[in-house]
Design a protein around this ligand. Structure first.
Ligand code: ADP
Ligand code: MG
Length: 254
């Protein structure tokens, strides 16, 4: 049994003839921030999606907080869990998408309270108080009654982060959280992610923001062609990469 909060072992995933993940191992320690970098098409989003079983793996295993995600082990065989169980597991795994994915017909406050009320059946007064604290934390206390379309992209993404936090997840996955933003809005979102990092939230962040990776990551993972090519501290991977492919990638994004 591993002590990693997130533990991927030999994960393989194909779409038809295309093998997108070719035996990925990834361990993320509780309280740490892992940043994944790599070229477009290298499998970063697919990897994140396997962590909460939005994609089923073809072989290998995914564990979060010591429990298999999506499966139950019976003897030496794995049986997929019923949808209800998978949904319950997902409440422990926050996901922040590139395009925010807020509910357009709900207010900011309702976006944050929806899952704790519906999925966790927590009392409304408690959940409303929690939403107030979280919106304060991401700097949007004054927008609680607004609808997503009335907000900037940066504000919408901060709501999405508050929404992920509302379920008190064990880990939060970020898939290029600032790629859809105008450049002047990137900083306000990264500042919120940095604040989470300082408070010890376990996170996996796919991003092209190398400066952010240098400042915030405990571990940087470089992926290419469905494999982890190298991993290490930001200083190791970003300043002294061992592999030519990593150097080539960094020369393009830095
Ligand atoms: P990245 O996030 O690193 O850009 P992705 O994980 O999104 O990479 O995609 C890796 C490869 O898998 C790409 O070639 C992409 O076109 C392909 N792919 C991703 N999702 C699907 C899918 N649902 N069906 C078919 N191919 C897919
Ligand atoms: Mg992607």
């Amino acid at each position: 049994m591993s002590s990693a909060m997130v533990d991927l072992r030999e994960v393989h995933k194909s779409f038809g003839p295309l093998e997108v993940l070719r035996g990925v191992d990834l361990q993320v320690t509780a309280g740490e921030v892992t940043v994944i970098i790599g070229p477009s098409g290298s499998g970063k989003s697919t990897l994140l999606r396997t962590v909460n079983h939005l994609e089923k793996v073809d072989s290998g295993s995914v564990s979060v907080d010591g429990g298999l995600v999506g499966y139950r082990r019976v003897g030496d065989r794995l049986h997929e869990l019923p949808e209800r169980e998978i949904l319950r597991q997902r409440t422990k795994i926050g996901f922040v998408f590139q395009n925010f994915n807020l509910f357009p017909h709900l207010t900011v406050r309702q976006n944050v309270t929806e899952a704790p009320l519906a999925a966790q059946r927590r009392p409304r007064a408690e959940v409303d108080a929690l939403a107030g604290r979280l919106l304060e934390r991401v700097g949007l206390a004054d927008k609680a009654g607004a609808y997503p379309r009335q907000l900037s992209g940066g504000q919408q993404q901060r709501v999405a982060i508050a929404r992920a936090l509302a379920l008190e997840p064990k880990v939060i996955l970020f898939d290029e959280p600032t790629s859809a933003l105008d450049p002047e809005l990137v900083g306000e979102v990264l500042d919120v992610v940095k604040d989470l990092a300082r408070s010890g939230t376990t996170m996996i962040v796919v991003t092209h923001e190398i400066g952010f990776a240098r400042e915030v990551a405990d571990t940087v993972v470089f992926m290419d062609g469905g494999r982890v090519v190298e991993r290490g501290t930001p200083a190791q991977v970003l300043d002294a990469p061992r592999h030519g492919r990593t150097r080539l990638f960094l020369s393009k994004v830095l």
